[in-house]
Design a protein around this ligand. Sequence first.
Ligand SMILES: [Mn+2]
Length: 279
Amino acid sequence: MINRDYFKGLVDRAIEKLGELDNLVSVNSNRVVIIGDLHGDVESLEKIINDYPPGNWRYIGLGDYVDRGEYQVETLEKVLKLFLQGVMIPLRGNHESYVMNEVYGFMDEALPLLGQSLLSTVIHDLFPSLPYAALLNDKVLLLHGGLAKGLERVDDIRKLSRHDDEPSDPVAFQILWNDPSDEVTGFVDSPRGPGAYLFGPDVTMRFIEGNDIALIIRGHSYITDGYWRFHNGRVLSLFTSSSGPYYGAKPKVVVFSDGTLRIIDVKSRNMVTDIKLTQ
Ligand SMILES: [Mn+2]
């Protein structure tokens, strides 16, 4: 059960603390779990925290905590608690947005639980406060969608405008909406709609070489197996939900420790593959 007063306290404190964060959060840590789209899958989140407890681990969420799945408010509550404990950086996804929440289920689920005023604070104040990207140990760029037309330097993410209901800056919008594709060169219009693009392997290679990074990890795409590698392995797509319409999917996380990234199956805790950062 959701306690409204308690939830409001979490939301208010989180808004204040998120305001202290840059658009691009630098994370230096040797024990990090990266979590892809959850879409209300509180069970997977609980399992991850149980298997990799907050005493030893930090978490980075790639966004899309709500919409579509079964326990969106509970998932958000847990994410906020972890953030306020200082152990999680929750990035913004394209579903942390009014226009999506109106259509894809969050407003329907949350309105009776939270009431209009608190729901409005969540959608119009909390979600727009979430940062756009994180840089892990100066080598791994984490964001929800992908690279953006007009973004040349990782550091330029710091200068983008934030705190709007739907990102008004076209680069910020693309960071939340773009997708990698092995079938295109440069940027081409995305089937997702206006302002979003597919980006090709040439874009990725130029960006990672120009910024001295090794890998980009992103969410945003439903993948039954929970992960897919694009662009000669330089873009890793991660999906961490088996809730609601994703029943049957095999959620994965990326566990980073001792300089190695391991793709781990959330349900079995088996390692699928490992990625050496020096490769
Ligand atoms: Mn998404």
